[in-house]
Design a protein around this ligand. Structure first.
Ligand code: NI
Length: 229
């Protein structure tokens, strides 16, 4: 399941991020790639252990963990420190089809996670570049994603995906992974659908409606049943 979360960062946050990133030195993106993905990866990254990436990354994690839609969709246990990449048309950048590594370790914090969900947070507006679509394959086919600056998409880390060549301008984004409390993607998807339906009922009937209270209880009991914490 692909889930888009709008306005994780405000436009003024994005502008501030971009200013800081433009003033920083970038490195070859293959430094964080696995053996297979390194063969098809051609882009630039902010140094993953640098203070700039860490500081901006903390702001993203903080924005996400206070975003109800993100929390509902991901049920996050651990979020990997966000990374930042840039695909420039002038350098023919792209990232061919690959699957993300199943486990990610962070040298600085010692954090090690199973990658359940991959996240791309767009930091360029769609009209700043051509190409650069995030293409994600699932059982229903191929999906092209290009969102506004400040918006993010969640997709299963198990999916094949790629970034098509950027042919004009530059595409800047943050990308990272998370381990969910709910490992099973199907269970997580049902939890999200249930929560979305309950929120709509709360709007219509109020939080103290008896059936709404009962459904809320079922929601929490399913999390209790499935969660690994
Ligand atoms: Ni990837």
């Amino acid at each position: 399941m692909l889930i888009c979360v709008p306005e994780v960062l405000s436009k003024s946050d994005v502008a501030e991020f971009r200013g800081v990133m433009d003033a920083t030195d970038w490195e070859d993106g293959r430094s964080t790639a696995g053996a297979q993905s390194a063969l098809v990866k051609k882009n630039e990254q902010l140094p993953p252990n640098g203070e700039v990436a860490r500081a901006l990354g903390r702001r993203i994690v903080s924005a996400l963990t206070s975003n109800p839609k993100f929390v509902s969709a991901a049920v996050p246990l651990q979020i990997f420190p966000p990374l930042f990449n840039r695909y420039a048309a002038a350098n023919g950048h792209y990232f061919g089809i690959h699957v993300d590594n199943a486990v990610r370790g962070d040298h600085l914090t010692g954090l090690r996670i199973r990658t359940d969900l991959s996240v791309t947070l767009f930091l360029s507006e769609p009209d700043e570049y051509d190409g650069g679509e995030l293409v994600i394959e699932d059982n229903f086919g191929s999906h092209e994603v290009k969102l506004g600056a400040g918006d993010c998409v969640l997709y299963p880390s198990s999916s094949l995906h790629m970034v098509t060549p950027v042919t004009r301008g530059a595409r800047v984004a943050s990308f990272f992974w998370l381990q969910s409390m709910i490992r099973d993607a199907h269970a997580r998807s049902m939890i999200y659908d249930l929560d979305t339906a309950i929120q709509a009922l709360v709007e219509r009937l109020g939080r103290d409606d008896p059936e709404t209270v009962k459904l809320t209880g079922i929601y929490h009991n399913l999390i209790r049943y499935w969660a690994e914490v």
